[in-house]
Design a protein around this ligand. Sequence first.
Ligand code: HEM
Ligand SMILES: *[C@@H]1O[C@H](CO)[C@@H](O)[C@H](O)[C@H]1NC(C)=O
Length: 323
Amino acid sequence: MASFSSSFVLSQNLFFFSLFCFFLLASADLSATFYASSCPKALSTIQTTVKAAVAKEKRMGASLLRLHFHDCFVNACDASILLDDTSSFTGEKTATPNAGSLRGYEVIDTIKSQVESVCPNVVSCADIIAVAARHSVVTLGGPSWTVQLGRRDSTTASLSAANSDIPGPTLSLSDLISAFSKKGLNAKEMVALSGAHTIGQASCATFRTRIYNDTNIDSDFATSLQSKCPSTGSDDNLSPLDKTSPTYFDVSYYRNLIIDEGLLHSDQELFNGGSTDSQVEKYWSSSTTFFTDFSNAMVKMGNISPLTGSNGEIRTNCRKTNS
Ligand code: HEM
Ligand SMILES: *[C@@H]1O[C@H](CO)[C@@H](O)[C@H](O)[C@H]1NC(C)=O
């Protein structure tokens, strides 16, 4: 009896040990030191160009951060977002959430050509986007985090997944929660990641209904936006997502929500008498908590289904597949 139970415990331990090894190996796919010997200058090269691009135009920091989000939410963080359309291939750039508003492609091209000149065919476009997003946040005064590396680039893209999987500005809280949950991110991480809207701009078409028809909006705030965003036309006119400090990565986005000054309908959903109100208040009162949670959630978002090993490829030109 004793020998039966001890061998049972042993095999049970072995089972859990192999399970542990499996997860260790699976999560060891990406690593912070992936380019340490193959391209030691990769990170500094990316950082220098991001810094220059953001110095030239601060909004570019926001645009590069959004690029990473829109890349990761469509299948994987695999640079599928960067593939241009050809006569036989339709990419993601013309999908509704991207067309006319997603930007930063030229900055990624510049970074890629500089990285190729120091170490050709080594650094993926997907990793470049992830590092550029991190450095954009740092340059605009936000937190830093360790970017996990070793993603490879896709050989395909999906217009339909871009249309279905990137959340839109008219979503309700429960639809936002399920859009993120589909990507393995919980409601808390969704609220933290939405803090990215402390920087950058949105076009009139994305918040028109909110400023004319929503009732949970400060009326002076709504009126102030209406001259630049008439009820018809001027779809591309821009307004800051955080009117207080649109080029500074801070907690004022959450403050705006508390005073009913979220720009997008989806932003205000995070503070509208629902389950996420208290988290919005928490982030407004503690930038340390927000910075920690945002950083951790960015690492998690950056880990959505990466292509590793011999999957995918290292694109030479981020805009097209190698063959
Ligand atoms: C929670 C769901 C989200 C929705 C519904 C949403 C929606 C939008 C919309 C409609 C815009 C304006 C686009 C335009 O001008 O047409 C925008 C901009 C932006 N989004 Fe989001 N977003 C969400 C989450 C995120 C996340 C998770 C990030 C990054 C971690 C992010 C980063 C940004 C940034 C930085 C901008 C400004 C880009 C620029 O100025 O170029 N968003 N978002
Ligand atoms: C506001 O709501 C009314 C009534 O539903 C609708 O006719 C109008 O188009 C809406 N306006 C905007 C800007 O969405």
